[in-house]
Design a protein around this ligand. Structure first.
Ligand code: GLV
Ligand code: MG
Length: 280
């Protein structure tokens, strides 16, 4: 997924002029088969409705999603859904064409995250915004979304888990936000393990170098893929041929829960182009 920004990376005096630039970029550049998204301004500004009317109204069917930042309540997602429906009707797009990605990056947003994740069938993805979240919490830091050495543990662990649970309970993709030290790829690799290991689907890349690191981090290794693949094979043999629900796989017992864990590795690995390596 690629998103073009109208929110915090655009200066207030450029907000209105940026809309047509975004529309032209979506219409004129070759984006291949990427999912295309535009981040509009949050509902607490004066720009949100104009962003939607101008961008969704003119970008055509190549635009797939809108990202709504600083979502605080489920009502904000519902309002976006209703506005999108009207704009889609007026510009000849099928109703429901535009999906929504919601950023959780305020304390109120986190408190309401369960309701937010269930607010609209257009929702596809929930995203953690560490920089705004640190500001909203009034954390004594100057860079959001990096490790805090004085903190004994991971200061965002609760937040990561909370958002992941709300997202998964509603069948959403769950994504971690930006890593602002853009010249530190190895620090990014290390930091990204926190959400990868919990189960996040990915993390924002601000540069092509960050994208290369993150594609590696969030894809299973060949070894993990092979093991998951073999678990699925063994489990299929057990349940379909031997009619057993639980069997030994090497030194471990596997059952239906093992299949559920393994399937995620195999699907992700296949998406990253992996196939089962030749057995020794
Ligand atoms: C992203 O928008 C962030 O605030 O971290
Ligand atoms: Mg933000």
């Amino acid at each position: 997924m690629t998103f073009l920004d109208l929110e915090d990376s655009v200066a207030p005096l450029e907000k209105v002029a940026a809309r047509s630039k975004v529309v032209d970029a979506i219409r004129d550049l070759d984006w291949g088969d990427r999912v295309m998204c535009v981040r509009v301004n949050a509902w607490d500004t004066e720009w949100t409705y104009g962003d939607i009317i101008e961008v969704v109204g003119n970008a055509g069917p190549r635009l797939d999603e809108i990202m709504l930042p600083k979502v605080q309540t489920a009502a904000e997602v519902v309002a976006m859904d209703l506005l999108l429906t009207q704009v889609e009707k007026n510009c000849g797009l099928p109703v429901g064409h535009i999906g929504i990605e919601a950023q959780i990056e305020t304390t109120r947003g986190l408190i309401n995250v369960d309701d937010i994740c269930a607010a609209s069938p257009r929702l596809e993805t929930i995203i953690f915004g560490p920089a705004d979240f640190a500001a909203s919490m009034e954390m004594p830091v100057l860079t959001g979304g990096v490790a805090i050495d004085e903190y004994p543990g991971d200061h965002f662990n609760y937040v990561f888990s909370r958002i992941l649970m709300a997202g998964r309970a509603n069948g959403l993709q769950v994504i971690d936000g930006p890593f602002l030290k853009v010249r530190e790829p190895e620090l990014l690799r290390e930091y990204a393990q926190r959400t990868r290991v919990l189960g996040y689907d990915g993390k924002w890349a601000l540069t092509p170098d960050q994208a290369a690191v993150l594609n590696e981090v969030y894809s299973p290794t060949q070894e993990q893929f092979d093991r998951a693949y073999d678990i699925l094979e063994a489990y299929r043999q057990a349940t379909e041929t031997d009619l057993k629900g639980a069997v030994m796989f090497g030194e471990e017992m596997i059952d239906e829960a093992s299949r559920k864990m393994a399937i995620k590795f195999v699907t992700r690995g296949e998406r990253a182009g992996l196939t089962r390596s030749a057995k020794a």
